[in-house]
Design a protein around this ligand. Sequence first.
Ligand code: SF4
Ligand code: SF4
Ligand code: ZN
Length: 190
Amino acid sequence: MPKFSDISLILKSKGLFSLNMQYNKTHAAVCGLFCPACTVFIATQEDPKRLEVLAKQFGITIDEMKCYGCRSEKRIPYCDTCKMYPCAQEKGVDFCGECDNYPCEEIKNFQAAGAHRFELWEDQNYLKNEGFDKWMEKKIAYYSCSDCGIINSAYDFKCRSCGSKSSNQYVLKHGKNIIKFLAKHGTKLK
Ligand code: SF4
Ligand code: SF4
Ligand SMILES: [Zn+2]
């Protein structure tokens, strides 16, 4: 069984890995989100056009819009005000699911406020029970286009590379509810 660090190399060598990088805990959010499938992360890494559109949409500069992952030095302003990240650090846990107060009001409110957060509880459970490496491996496959292998966000209803409607399994599973959520609440970020 290869380790996660080997897996990203294997995927890359097969042309299945869109971002020219290896993932680590920097890209695994305290809240349980998978940063590589975040539209802001994708935009920062490999889609300047998307980054420009997002920056305009949120009324901030392109540099301010850039994010390199939950635990990185540079996050979007929204995540810079996040209470979960410093709270987890204070409590000495990597992910909220390991905390004695989980699920606290903070993460419950956060989970309910985004269409890309439907599976946060499952993710926290999986991280706790199966560990980070297995979770990361699973998430890469889960968010990859079944036709070309590129990672797409929860809001990419068509693959951003090949145009396939099987952009990722999250969209296939939750597509209708994502649309309903957006119609009710509008666009959310991470
Ligand atoms: S909301 Fe907080 S925990 Fe989640 S990705 Fe942003 S900074 Fe990280
Ligand atoms: S108190 Fe809440 S935000 Fe803080 S680490 Fe625990 S579950 Fe996460
Ligand atoms: Zn594709």
